[in-house]
Write a protein that binds this ligand. Structure first.
Ligand code: B12
Length: 436
């Protein structure tokens, strides 16, 4: 069959390749289907691809912020080419009934086993429950060749102030933790890993084919099995892949001196850690299962290994006050984070938080494309501060971080590129210093 997979676009989309679709395409190709990917994020015109390829089945992938575009596309395509329409990805997995109003079939969870199976059985209707692959190495290599890899590599991701040709890789699936804001916190997803051998082979392929200078690990917790991660790092050194610069995200408990040392030798420049907050009350409220002191210890270990530290923080947790936010700011200083990423606590469908607040979310009727984890209008969970106060605090904090995160050279470069944004930041910072 001819299967067309679609990655819907949006002006707010980050320009990163959708590896989920490349994995899906590989599984379909192994089952002898003829597969194409139409990627709006890379500038493809979906209608043109549909007219040229004449698919027998169309699948659309979307997380929550892309749901409005996915539904609009489904509407257009239903008339243009009336073939079965299948939905998959984070949003349809979390809200399958909603997606089924626009699609014939919704496949929840990982699709490599489910999609080929429904195509084989001809049962392209209703909701298909998750059927996750147990052995990740048994999956064929993702078909990156169907994506615009040159376009993505040329986006030149920034790492520690320098830009590199960067592409992504994912070496594991699932996460052992249950943070309330995570879109997977309402389901149990066993953690599964690709073997070090497979990861290193895939990495070498990325180097050979796409001449990358840096690699982005998309794993949520790449060091959940520290022994496996150590083997990957040692393999990078042995195979001389350690000229690649990289950052990865780890849990604070994985920040162990021995591991950090070998990570540095393997090319790691920066470690990202989701500290989330500097207030113990908030860490407890989000199921982080960490002490502030343990987080500070992790930060020290990262610095002692000679690595940069990117701290990820969230504001807007229910019950969070100005004092808690001030504690987070103090934490950023004490932990000496080199770069601080700030997000709003967004009640993403699929999360425990969404379940708890679904009534309020439905009442507020916030469009899905606002669920970007950076939009003040989704800031509706915390009653300890008014929405206006929270928006103001977020803006002021973002303005301060803009000053904190970048060197002067980088600040000037950014201001030259986007002068209006720079003026806004200056104004916010001025307001902040005046009211202090
Ligand atoms: C890598 C990643 C990114 C990357 C790349 C995203 C991309 N282009 O694919 C980047 C860094 C850009 C990113 C950004 C964001 N992300 Co993100 N991201 C991830 C992460 C960590 C891994 C995704 C991945 O590659 N998985 C591996 C592949 C193999 O799996 P997959 O993509 O899910 O695809 C499988 C299935 O979903 C399914 N499938 C997918 N599409 C389709 C289509 C069909 C037809 C079928 C049948 C099946 C199917 O089959 C695929 C193969 O198994 C996930 C967490 C997770 N565990 O999934 C979060 C996740 C997807 N991201 C999330 C969010 C919220 C975001 C942001 C919106 C906010 C943020 N700051 O994090 C941003 C903003 C994006 C923007 N502005 O464009 C949420 C989505 C929740 C939701 N309900 O929307 C997740 C689930 C994180 C979480 N745990 O809460 N992200």
């Amino acid at each position: 069959m001819r299967v067309l997979l679609i990655n819907p676009g949006s002006p707010r989309a980050l320009k990163k390749e959708n590896l989920g679709l490349a994995f899906l395409a590989a599984a379909l190709s192994a089952d002898n289907h003829d597969v194409r990917i139409a990627d709006e994020n890379a500038g493809h015109c979906v209608e043109k691809v549909v007219d040229g390829f004449q698919p027998d089945v169309i699948g659309i992938s979307f997380m929550t912020m892309f749901a409005p575009r996915a539904y609009a596309l489904a509407e257009v395509l239903r008339h243009r080419r009336p073939v079965p329409l299948v939905a998959g990805g984070a949003h349809p997995t979390a809200l399958p009934e909603e997606a089924l109003q626009h699609f014939d079939c919704v496949i929840r969870g990982e699709g490599e086993l489910s999609l080929p199976r429904v195509l084989r059985n001809g049962t392209l209707s209703g909701i298909v429950e998750p059927h996750p692959p147990e052995d990740l190495d048994a999956l064929p290599m993702p078909r990156r060749d169907l994506l615009e890899m040159e376009f993505y590599a040329n986006q030149k991701e920034q790492l520690a102030g320098l830009s590199y040709r960067t592409l992504g890789i994912i070496t594991s699936r699932g996460c052992p933790h249950r943070c309330v804001f995570c879109a997977n916190s309402t389901r149990t997803m066993a953690v599964r890993y690709h073997s070090p051998e497979r990861v290193l082979t895939e990495m070498a392929e990325l180097v050979k084919r796409y001449h990358i200078e840096s690699i982005a690990f998309y794993d949520e917790q790449i060091a959940a099995d520290p022994f496996r991660f150590r083997q990957i790092c040692e393999g990078m050194v042995e195979r001389k892949l350690n000229y690649l610069k990289w950052e990865c995200q780890i849990h604070p408990r994985s920040a162990q001196p021995e591991l950090l040392k070998i990570m540095k030798r393997a090319g790691c420049v920066q470690v990202a850690i989701g500290f989330e907050s500097g207030s113990q009350k908030i860490l407890d409220a989000i199921n982080k299962n960490m002490l502030v002191e343990e987080n500070l210890q992790a930060a020290r270990q990262v610095h002692e290994a000679g690595l940069r530290l990117r701290g990820c923080f969230i504001i807007g947790t229910p019950g969070e006050t100005r004092e808690d936010i001030a504690a987070t700011q103090r934490f950023m200083e004490t932990a000496a984070v080199d770069f601080a990423s700030l997000h709003f606590l967004t009640p993403l469908p699929g999360s425990l938080l969404y379940e708890k607040y679904s009534e309020r979310i439905n009442q507020a009727a916030i469009p899905w494309d606002r669920f970007t984890a950076g939009d003040p209008d989704t800031f509706i969970c915390n009653e300890a501060m008014s929405p206006e106060e929270q928006k103001e605090t977020f803006r002021s904090l973002s303005a301060q971080l803009a000053f904190r995160n970048y060197t002067w050279k980088e600040k000037l470069r950014r201001a030259y590129r986007n002068p209006r944004h720079a003026l806004r930041i200056l104004y916010d910072r001025w307001v902040h210093t005046k009211t202090k």
